[in-house]
Design a protein around this ligand. Structure first.
Ligand SMILES: Cc1cc2nc3c(=O)[nH]c(=O)nc-3n(C[C@H](O)[C@H](O)[C@H](O)COP(=O)(O)O)c2cc1C
Length: 134
């Protein structure tokens, strides 16, 4: 099974998750500016909310890499929201890409709230989640 990890981050929170997820599944975490060269049976896709939506770069990545994505497994951080699946599915559905039910999501530091998140415990849980997907 081929695995890939891509993420989008603005302040580094989601990148922290991406790195432990990637290490757990023995691939390199790359940001969404790097297209998928080969088909990934499982794409771990990390992103966050900015004004109640995912960044356009994430949407563009899904659309332009659709032929190389078996299924998306979401992971992400946010200040208030609890899942990335809805906005990711909204885009993935338009190009026929499956989004798994399983997901890892945790709090991400924003302004003065959720200081230090994701923390070591979050990162350990993210790694465990990723291993459990394989
Ligand atoms: C401009 C901006 C808008 C945000 N809007 C939301 C939002 O609508 N809902 C939410 O739960 N978090 C929101 N957040 C918090 C981020 O999702 C959170 O800090 C996340 O961990 C950022 O991840 P990143 O460091 O990987 O970019 C916002 C953050 C910023 C900077």
């Amino acid at each position: 099974m081929k695995i890939a990890v891509r993420y989008y981050t603005r302040s580094g929170n989601t990148k922290k998750l991406a790195e432990v997820v990637a290490e757990a599944v023995a691939v390199e975490a790359k940001d969404v500016s790097v297209p998928l060269e080969d088909k990934a049976d499982v794409l771990f896709l990390g992103c966050s909310y900015y004004a109640f939506d995912i960044d356009p770069a994430v949407k563009d990545f899904i659309v332009s890499n659709k032929d190389n994505i078996g299924k998306i497994v979401c992971f992400g951080t946010s200040a208030m929201m609890k899942s990335m699946k809805k906005p990711v599915r909204k885009v993935a559905d338009t190009v026929g890409v499956a989004v798994a039910e399983e997901e890892f999501h945790c709090r991400g530091e924003f302004a003065k709230i959720h200081k230090g998140r994701p923390n070591e415990a979050d990162l350990a849980r993210a790694a465990e989640f990723a291993r459990g997907i394989l």
